[in-house]
Design a protein. Sequence first.
Length: 275
Amino acid sequence: MGDRLLKVIQISDLHVDPQDPVGQKRYQRVRKAVDPLRPDLIVNTGDVSHDGLAKPAMFAQLSGWLDAFDAPVLSIPGNHDIGNKVGEEPPNISQAYLDAYLDVFGDDRFSCDHGGWRLVGINSMLLGTGFEREADQFDWCVAQIEQAEAIGQNLAVWMHMPLFLRSPDEQVTGGSTYWVPDPPVRDRWLNLLDRPSVRLVANGHVHWYAAMETRHTQWVWSPSLQGLVVDDYLFPRGGNAVGFISYTLSADGVTHELVPVESDAELIRLNYPDA
Ligand SMILES: [Fe+2]
Ligand SMILES: [Fe+2]
């Protein structure tokens, strides 16, 4: 690819049941908005289903829907696909939910190289589970980063959950813990990703748009495509949106743009102390 620009579109939190006409319409609306933009790649950051863990038979159809986009789609799962993070309300992630997802999607992480960039997707729902796959994934990600750095590539990393809401060393309490991994496992990943080669870390899950920067890295939250906007009092301000994110990756770094999609969005406020 040389120094050609790479265009990547992140779609997140579609939350569809393919048997439901509302879901069918939503999917068609997203296809119509994404395909004409002619991305090189699409990244699906999870919660594509509502709720695949209860009805895993829907995964085959959803996988077909993703394959039908004009560009290749790289997928990672969310909590509505394979269960909530450990310690949250049931249904929690289980080996059985994960296996049902893997049976259809084949994998819950991805890595692919485009010129000067390595794109990596991880299954953030595994964080804190203690599953063998969690340890494997961490080691795999270390190797991905080391290999990319050895050949001078930049990295863009995608996951369903954000690693933090406002700052990397925050202590999240109460209902807001739903959004992020618990501190010990969060810190392990933040330490791994805190390096000049990691230019972008992007997530879904929050149903809210945000863009932040730390020393080396841009942190981007994709809003949902579902039409449900969530305003948790700990989220950065200004993220009330429904849509997807279009990224341009180049030798100079990464830029992004929020692309709104029409919807009669419902907004819910969460965890405000006065609520
Ligand atoms: Fe979601
Ligand atoms: Fe989610």
